[in-house]
Design a protein around this ligand. Structure first.
Ligand SMILES: Cc1ncc(COP(=O)(O)O)c(C=O)c1O
Length: 482
């Protein structure tokens, strides 16, 4: 399906004309980045060169040269009568740099914040394998999840102060499986969902894919202004709200007790279902005291958890904790989708939960050391970048001295470093986020040291505006997404 991008929309996405180099090249680079990020979808029709020139207030020669650059690099296909169509070499409609990984050993990707499997993981697989005969004597279809795992998860909530029955738990394919299942269960076409103005973008995309309309809150110091929430909910009816209150991705912030209370109050008053993604809650690197889980404030809340961050994303095991009355509609919605998630992986996760927490603690210790190492490297090499220490989560959310996140991302790719530009995490179109960068600390100290060295080179390129071999950068980006 071809989507046409209006000139005004593209001009907004491209941001202000604070070009560091030749305007045509900057425009081409920004369009390329938007396409790689999934902010412009594969197959989209761009506005004509003339329309874009008018919308941006630049000359027609500038936009013609920008489109010519994109055509030369294979990212744009122009056909008589059908306009200029974005063509991503990977031929997928949403290549996102949040998960983009390099296909050569020399390139470093700081695009995903996910840990490698901790040492104790293999042991859990072996222990699960010993229990396999019991599993094989069942059909293995588990629409609500493996009983032993549901019991362990319910106990975990109960121990934490939220009494929970195993039949309030539905095991899903990761937290994302939970988000998309809830989006499909809750939303009718065009129903509105309040979201934080900056967040984990794939979750927002899931609500849109299910037919929802997002209401992103304005960006404040923190992602959860109760005043902004009230204004949005007073303005129009909303079906649900999606929030990440614990070690929020990407900022690392924790929603306070007062904010939780205020949100719960507003959502109750406006009959809005809270969909609360607590998948980062266990990533408490400094052992800070967290307010209780969200259902303590709002019994209606649908809580989402995951094994991906404490253990390993490859397990693909997440879950939903819901009030009893909400369980059946969710399971029914699931029956027309994946029916259940992998029985063996659930068994492995149950083993990990039963071992007393040492594997998860080892993973947190490793991440804490990596976080501190990355902070020290940044302070030494790039003191202009403000990098606050997050008490948990898997990444730094840094502030750049200028609006340069996309330019830095492009320059970094020329030095073999893949980044996700700040605007990717913002729901508002435009260049919000150009002062920010998410830097995951999930890799080895050695890799992080080298990543910061490359970031420094890219930063110097941008600051000095040396026009670092732009053609090479373009080729690299295209090779990486191919
Ligand atoms: C807030 C949030 N939700 C969901 C996910 C996806 O998690 P999973 O691997 O469990 O699907 C992530 C991954 O980074 C995340 O940060």
């Amino acid at each position: 399906m071809t989507t046409s991008l209006a000139a005004a929309t593209l001009a907004t996405l491209l941001g202000p004309k604070d070009f560091a180099g030749p305007a045509y090249r900057e425009i081409a680079d920004r369009i390329r980045l938007l396409a790689i990020d999934g902010r412009i979808l594969d197959g989209s029709r761009l506005p004509s060169e003339r329309e874009l020139a008018t919308a941006m207030g630049v000359s027609r020669t500038t936009t013609s040269r920008a489109y010519a650059e994109l055509r030369d690099s294979g990212l744009l296909v122009s056909r008589q009568g059908s306009g200029s169509i974005v063509h991503l070499p990977m031929a997928v409609s949403n290549a996102s740099s949040v998960i983009m990984t390099p296909d050569d050993a020399d390139t470093i990707a700081l695009t995903y914040s996910a840990p490698v499997g901790p040492p104790g993981l293999a042991r859990a697989f072996e222990a699960a394998a010993e229990k396999l005969p019991g599993l094989l004597s069942t059909t293995g279809y588990l629409p609500d999840g493996l009983p032993v795992l549901r019991e362990a998860l319910a106990q975990h909530y109960t121990d934490g102060g939220l009494p929970t029955d195993p039949d309030q738990i539905i095991v899903t394919a990761g937290a994302m499986g939970a988000v998309s299942l809830l989006a499909r269960t809750l939303l009718g076409p065009g129903q509105r969902v309040v979201v934080e103005g900056l967040s984990y973008p794939h979750a927002h995309e899931s609500f849109v894919a299910a037919g929802g309309r997002l209401t992103p809150l304005p960006i404040d110091d923190r992602p959860w202004s109760p005043t902004a929430l009230r204004a949005s909910l007073d303005g129009s009816p909303h079906r649900a709200a999606y929030l990440v209150p614990d070690f929020h991705n990407p900022t690392g912030a924790v929603m306070s007790d007062a904010e939780r209370g205020a949100w719960a109050y507003e959502m109750r008053r406006h009959d809005v279902v809270p969909v609360v993604d607590e998948s980062l809650r266990e990533m408490n690197l400094d052992g800070v005291e967290l307010p209780p889980v969200f259902a303590t404030y709002s019994p209606r809340a649908l809580l989402i958890g995951s094994s991906s961050k404490s253990f390993w994303g490859g397990l693909r095991v997440g879950w939903i904790r819901a009030p009893k009355a909400a369980i059946m509609p969710i399971i029914q919605a699931r029956m027309m989708d994946d029916i259940g998630s992998s029985a063996f992986d659930q068994l492995v996760f149950a083993e990990l939960l039963s071992e007393g927490g040492q594997t998860a603690a080892a993973g947190r210790a490793r991440l804490r050391a990596a976080r501190d190492h990355l902070l020290a490297e940044l302070a030494r090499e790039l003191p202009d970048i403000k990098a606050p220490c997050p008490p948990g989560g898997l990444n730094l959310w840094v502030t750049l001295p200028d609006r340069m996140s996309s330019r830095l991302t492009t320059a970094a790719s020329g030095h073999g470093l893949l980044l996700t530009p700040g605007p990717r995490f913002f729901s508002h179109a435009g260049t919000a986020g150009e002062r920010h960068l998410r830097l995951p600390f999930t890799q080895s100290h050695e890799t992080l040291t080298e990543a910061v060295r490359r970031l420094r080179l890219a930063y110097d390129d941008v600051v000095a505006n040396t026009g670092h071999d732009a053609r090479r950068q373009r080729t690299d980006v295209l090779e990486l997404i191919a």
